[in-house]
Design a binder for this molecule. Structure first.
Ligand code: NAP
Length: 343
């Protein structure tokens, strides 16, 4: 039999008055919440944060760090930061908000580098897609006078780099914060209001629960997509040309997900092993049950499952997290999939 689904708490969705006003009206806040925000890494998430912060006037000044000269040049050309540095330590100097927006595997080295340069009472957060490993890697480096509050925006596309960001990325999407039990309440409230100002809804949960939820909703689905696209590309009796020519929407959607950044996704699987393996175990049991249903011609079992899964999709649309439009509302120019939400 197919396993029972994992149950999660319903999100509360309450947002602070000022942030709600800024989000709904897209009017800038009259007074910036932070004097200086430092973005460590300016890819899809870092550049989208820059656009969103500027849209709502959340910070007076943005500093950034990018490792390659090409990215620093793009940051300057697009005006994504007031000043961009090669070294993270320079970017965090004087910042009252620091957000790590590089792949999760880089966090430990970066936090060791910036720790001595962090301002007293600064908020240090991140956008990383896993949370227990981030606390393990960053936590020991954080000075006592700094508020470390891990975070994860559940918003993204399969595109990377500083040109791929846009101000609306976080609008109506959830951001999860996983503060430590002794976190300063005022700092947590301020970071929550900041994300709401960026357009997001905020949920607070433990890092362990975050990692389990994300293993189910994002990490394992990505692994399945990587796997099916890999399997198809290894097939010998169907040519690659045929796969591309006859790809129906199911496979096309898997290829969109499987086009996500390899470094970021390698780091996610290296750092959320436990939860991913737990969900994968259940997934493979369910897959075996489906295999058996097909082998024994058990149409009723298949129909029952497909009816149940259809209701889940309906729930996602009703919650405003997806569109009922064909092809998930994406324009598909010249047969290529356009942007879609992936994590
Ligand atoms: P991205 O577009 O690939 O950008 C990554 C940025 O990190 C680039 O500026 C890159 O610099 C820099 N970087 C990469 N390796 C580095 C290293 N070793 N040292 C210093 N800088 C390095 O990535 P992203 O999609 O914005 O993701 C950033 C973070 O957000 C990740 O932790 C990811 O887990 C999380 N996240 C992503 C999504 C999503 O859907 N994409 C959603 C939610 C959360 P260069 O440009 O110079 O290479």
């Amino acid at each position: 039999m197919v396993n029972k689904p994992v149950r999660f708490q319903r999100p509360s969705g309450d947002i602070s008055g000022i942030a709600r006003k800024a989000r709904l009206t897209k009017l800038p806040m009259t007074k910036p919440m932070f004097q200086q925000a430092a973005l460590i890494g300016v890819g899809l998430i870092g550049s989208s944060l820059s656009h969103a912060m500027r849209r709502a006037n959340l910070v007076a000044r943005i500093t950034a760090c990018a490792r390659s000269e090409a990215t620093r040049a793009t940051v300057r050309n697009l005006g994504l930061a007031d000043e961009v540095f090669e070294h993270a330590a320079d970017a965090v100097h004087g910042a009252d908000l620091v957000i790590l927006c590089t792949p999760v595997g880089t966090f430990e080295a970066i936090s060791a580098e910036i720790a001595p340069h962090l301002k007293r009472d600064a908020i240090l957060s991140d956008a990383g897609s896993v949370k227990t490993a981030v606390i393990r890697d960053v936590g020991p480096h954080v000075p006592e006078h700094v508020h470390f509050i891990p975070g994860h925006p559940i918003a993204g596309t399969e595109f990377s780099g500083p040109e791929s960001g846009f101000a609306e990325l976080f609008d109506g999407r959830w951001t999860i914060l996983t503060p430590l039990p002794d976190a300063d309440e005022k700092a947590v409230a301020k970071l929550k209001a900041y994300w709401e100002g960026c357009g997001a809804m905020v949920e607070i949960m433990t890092p362990e629960h975050h990692d389990l939820v994300l293993a189910v909703t994002s990490h394992v689905p990505h692994l399945i997509a990587y796997n099916i696209v890999g399997t198809v590309s290894d097939l010998e009796r169907v040519t690659e040309k045929e796969v591309i020519k006859f790809s129906a929407s199911g496979f096309r959607d898997f290829t969109r997900i499987a086009a996500s950044d390899p470094t970021m996704w390698r780091d996610i699987f290296m750092n959320n092993k436990e939860a991913v393996l737990e969900i994968l175990g259940r997934f493979t049991e369910d897959l075996a049950a489906l295999q058996r249903a097909i082998r024994w011609g058990d149409g009723e079992a298949l129909f029952d499952l497909f009816t149940r899964t259809r209701a889940i999709r309906r729930g996602i649309i009703d919650a405003g997290q997806e569109t009922p439009a064909p092809d998930f509302g994406r324009k598909i120019p010249h047969g290529n999939a356009g942007p879609g939400k992936t994590s």
